[in-house]
Design a protein around this ligand. Sequence first.
Ligand code: SF4
Length: 513
Amino acid sequence: MTRVLLIHPPVSKPGEPPAGVARLCGALHQNGISCTAVDANLEGVHFLLGLPVRSDDAWTLNASRSVGRKIHELRSGSAFKSIGHYNRIVNDLNRLLSVHGGKTGYALGLVDLTHPVLSPLRSRDLIRCAENPENDAFYEYYSSVLLPAIVKQEPDVVGISVNFLSQALSSFALVGLIRKRMPGLPVVLGGGLITSWMRNPAWKNPFTGLVDVCVAGPGEPYFLSRFGIDTAEGSAAPLYAGMENLPYLSPGFVLPYDASSGCWWRQCRFCPEPAEGNPYRPVPDLRVLSDLALLKKKTNPSLVHFLDNALAPSLLESLAESPPGAPWYGYVRFTEHLLDQDFCVRLRKSGCNMLKLGLESGDQGVLDKMGKGIRIGAASRILRNLEKSLIPTYVYLLFGTPYELEAEALKTMTFAANHASGIGFLNAAIFNMPITSLEAAGLSTRLFFDGDLSLYADFEHPAGWDRRKVRNFIDKTFRRHPAIAPILARTPKFFTSNHAPFFCMDRKNRISA
Ligand code: SF4
């Protein structure tokens, strides 16, 4: 009998295990509370991919005949020999999932689940999912595999970790199913998405009576106190017991690790982190190194994925000094450390396989108004340093902020084009205003949906640079730029930055197109 059963529901990228669940598992085990984690996302995706497909469509039939080989190629690494080959594989798997999802009326893919009517941003729709779980895209998996496993485990409590909107609809279907089949079993909801909802000052729990408790922030304090233990949170290494052998769709075991929660910078005016008031809580650097040494022994990772919003410069120093013994990647800020070419080379030698950098804009005025704390000249030198140090970059750009007009967007495009050789992969996004942000208060905003759980709003741009114009600019001008189009073409579909490092393995000085 397990006391706590933690479930990571579908749908999120099935390339690596869920870090939040593993962290909570580690804390519970350390305190003598038996805990089992189930990656229902991974199980559910494999379940659907293993079902027979009836279709007249040649693409679907071909994809279904070779599904085992495609999964094997992703897991062995042979899928990553070129981006064209990789895209064909993930497109085929995505296609199969969409066919299975379509049978239930859902738009399902490798990384997303939506419904033409039900919105994850409307509590009444989520409650409908709970009331009618048999309509869910994962119902067959839930009822034939997951539910029997829960019954067998006889847990005292079930925790469901909901981190992304793509998980919300199926999470509530699962809640409804548990309620129907095991009415006495307490259900706790937590995770990043639940936290964001609860940090909205307008939050009034609409799930009372359906869910026993909703938890904001780390789940450790809640679960430990439930069992009468008063322990400081974050005192245990994450526990990936058995997950290292699960069939994640990546070559080898990717070890996710968060060396902090919150953000050490916390000044970007467009970002939900400061808006939600999430405190910055770093794990001490020495503790990070010892956790990684322990986890390396237990899981033999092919790649370490740092989940931090931004790795602290002191931790980068520590990693350069004491390499974790496996390739690693994560988000960093354009800090002065990276202006030091020797330091970049040391990072590369420590196993740094890719750095993700949020540049957002190529215009100094926009960066200043955003509170990004980036000097554009320094960003330019850093990208060149990283290129010389053979560290590939994944650069994030944000168009359509209230501080930007087309002239500034063009400057961003020119900056990206001029640094194309130092940009491995690229993400160009349209700005969504967090409804709780400081900026939202000064602008005329409207919700994208009539959802009581909406986190972002559209806004009236002060100078008319609205979403339609921004989207047009990105599609017709930015994406077609001859220096930028090849970067976008080699950026992996669906798994994006999670799979980009596998295109950088064993390549000494270039990223393949
Ligand atoms: S660095 Fe990133 S996480 Fe931190 S405040 Fe800025 S955008 Fe947010």
